[in-house]
Design a protein around this ligand. Structure first.
Ligand code: SAM
Length: 239
């Protein structure tokens, strides 16, 4: 997807990029590729691929959860890596308050540099594991939204994300072709952690790759024993 196709596809989805936003995506791309020479951030470095598979793909969640638009909403992105999906969302929605979590210090350092260079505000970057941070009252059940892309299967991801979501908030699940199977396998985890599926949308990226976005409502508090110790959710998923 060329930069021009990216701009056009967003326009068709009702999002008109400002000049500043277009420049911010360009800066982000340049920083990503430059730093990737020293630190492993992504396997995707070709410009058209970054715009499609990182930038556009991250923004698809906004097509299906329009309330992200409401100024002042808070979103936590677990296992954000080089900033996906939260940084593209932040560029489009300057009033969204984002918290980015990753367990790898080198990626956290990169994120700090991007945030500074792009002049973004209301961004918090946290180094650590979701299992530990989810037990910290500063973060627990504090967010309107939690999301995570390419971090774990849904049954595991639910334990990484739902503890952060306040009642009435949402866990936004972003998945590829295994979405339905992962959802079926994750039903027990979602229910145990206080979530229930509200909606699911299947669609394709412009290159034909299939995607699914599932919106899980947080309807009950997460029991105190979750998230369990670091490593346990992936070793012994609920269910
Ligand atoms: N979300 C990004 C994306 O879509 O490009 C990065 C995906 S990368 C495959 C997974 C990231 O999750 C890595 O940066 C890793 O350090 C982080 N991660 C994995 N398990 C984690 C955990 N339990 N807590 C925090 N970060 C975690």
């Amino acid at each position: 997807m060329t930069v021009e196709a990216f701009i056009l596809a967003l326009k068709e989805a009702g999002i008109t990029l400002t000049e500043q936003q277009t420049t911010q995506f360009e800066q982000y791309f340049n920083l990503l590729v430059a730093r990737n020479e020293q630190v492993n951030l992504t396997a995707i470095t070709e410009q058209n691929d970054v715009y499609l598979k990182h930038f556009y793909d991250s923004l698809t969640v906004l097509f299906y959860e329009k309330d992200l638009n409401i100024p002042g909403k808070t979103l936590i992105d677990i296992g954000t890596g080089a900033g996906f999906p939260s940084l593209p969302l932040k560029i489009i929605l300057p009033e969204l308050k984002i918290t980015m979590v990753d367990s790898l210090q080198k990626r956290v350092n990169f994120l700090q540099d991007v945030v500074t260079d792009l002049g973004l505000s209301h961004v918090e970057i946290v180094h650590g594991r979701a299992e530990d941070i989810g037990q910290n009252s500063k973060y627990r059940e504090q967010f309107d939204y939690a999301t995570a892309r390419a971090v774990a299967r849904t049954s595991v991801l639910a334990e990484y994300t739902l503890p952060f979501v306040k009642i009435g908030g949402q866990f936004l699940v972003m998945k590829g072709s295994a979405a339905q199977q992962e959802l079926a396998d994750g039903q027990k985890a979602l229910a145990t952690l206080g979530g229930t599926l509200r909606d699911a949308f299947d669609f394709s990226l412009p290159n034909g790759d299939t995607r699914s976005i599932q919106i899980v409502d947080k309807i009950k508090k997460t029991p105190k024993q979750y998230p369990r110790q670091a490593g346990t959710p992936s070793r012994k998923p609920i269910g």
